[in-house]
Ligand binder design. Structure first.
Ligand code: SF4
Length: 321
């Protein structure tokens, strides 16, 4: 079913078993393999939500804007290169030309037990358990996981947006609300592990970044993956700094591949502010990134990987411009 207005889509989306479809790069694959079986598909690809605007220091990116278009948009390239870099590190050019911003943020985890016919998966069936905890967990997260789910969020874009303190604007029941990335992605709790906090019929309409251009000269997205292309992050880091008079005055760090949501490295950020932009400061920030990490049997290798990725990303952005 195709809808022509956002509010009509929201109403259709409330139907039990309904799912929104835009680019379809993740949903169709999950449907084909039987992981999901929507009762009704609400086509939102033609909604007027594809614009990218930059005015008064606010970048607004429509939810059905194609990733490839966003990465090429001049205000993104010039004022928010971190977003362009993260997008270009995702998937392939062909997929980026189809996939949308909202769909990317709501893509499902790559946990093999979720994608395959896992014996127990709280994401597929709440209360069934988590096969990854005692099974194959090389891909699993280091932070914020419990006994419910140790899966990681697969979006590169979300990591960059988290570092830039983006707001996700959501429409539901005729009203608009704004969510931080942390509010959009709840941590697993009790016996369930929802991918997002969005209720049935709630539709992401756009993403907004306020004042992100102040990091334009000193930001980077570093992605460590098993293969050079078309691969999800083992670990990734979005880093952004502001340096004045030889001192770091603002630091933003978010990590991907390590938690159920993009993970802000706030201990590292705090250690950087007021410090000089030196290799010692960057190495110390990398060490702080490890606070609260709780590895499983097969994913402890991510700890030094993340520590080194943080230091390396900071070296990239912290040098002379
Ligand atoms: Fe399912 Fe999450 Fe466990 Fe993977 S980690 S098996 S997605 S509950």
């Amino acid at each position: 079913m195709r809808t022509s207005t956002v509010d009509a889509a929201c109403v259709e989306g409330i139907t039990p078993g309904a799912m929104f479809l835009a680019g379809g790069t993740d949903l169709l694959q999950l449907w084909k393999t039987g992981v999901i079986s929507p009762e009704q598909v609400v086509d939102i690809s033609r909604l007027a939500l594809a614009d990218v605007n930059y005015a008064d220091g606010v970048l607004s990116i429509g939810a059905v804007a194609r990733l490839g278009d966003v990465a090429r948009q001049p205000d993104v390239v010039r004022h928010h290169p971190l977003i362009a870099e993260a997008i270009l590190a995702s998937a392939s050019g062909q997929v980026r030309n189809l996939a949308t911003v909202g769909g990317n943020l709501l893509q499902r985890t790559r946990c093999p037990y979720f994608r395959g016919a896992g014996p127990a998966c709280n994401k597929r069936k709440a209360g069934s358990g988590c096969a990854a905890i005692d099974g194959e967990n090389r891909h699993a997260g280091l932070f914020g996981a419990g006994a419910t789910c140790v899966a990681t969020n697969a979006s590169d874009l979300a990591v960059a947006l988290a570092a830039l303190d983006a707001d996700v604007v959501v429409r539901a029941h005729g009203r608009e609300r704004r969510l931080t990335l942390e509010e959009l992605y709840p941590l697993p709790a009790d016996a369930s592990a929802p991918d997002s906090s969005l209720e049935a019929g709630a539709l992401i309409t756009r993403v907004e970044i306020v004042g992100g251009a102040r990091f334009a000269l000193r930001s980077t997205y570093l992605k460590v993956r098993d293969r050079a292309s078309f691969e999800f992050a083992v670990v990734s880091v979005a880093a952004a700094l502001r340096i004045e008079n030889g001192m770091i005055v603002e630091a933003r760090l978010a990590a991907g591949g390590v938690a159920h949501r993009p993970w802000r490295l706030r201990h590292s950020e705090a250690a950087l502010v007021g410090a000089p932009p030196t290799s010692e400061s960057f190495a110390a920030a990398g060490a702080h990134a490890m606070a609260d990490a709780t590895p499983l049997a097969q994913n402890a290798f991510k700890i030094p990987l993340l520590r080194n990725a943080v230091a390396r990303a900071l070296e990239t952005v912290g040098g002379a411009t």
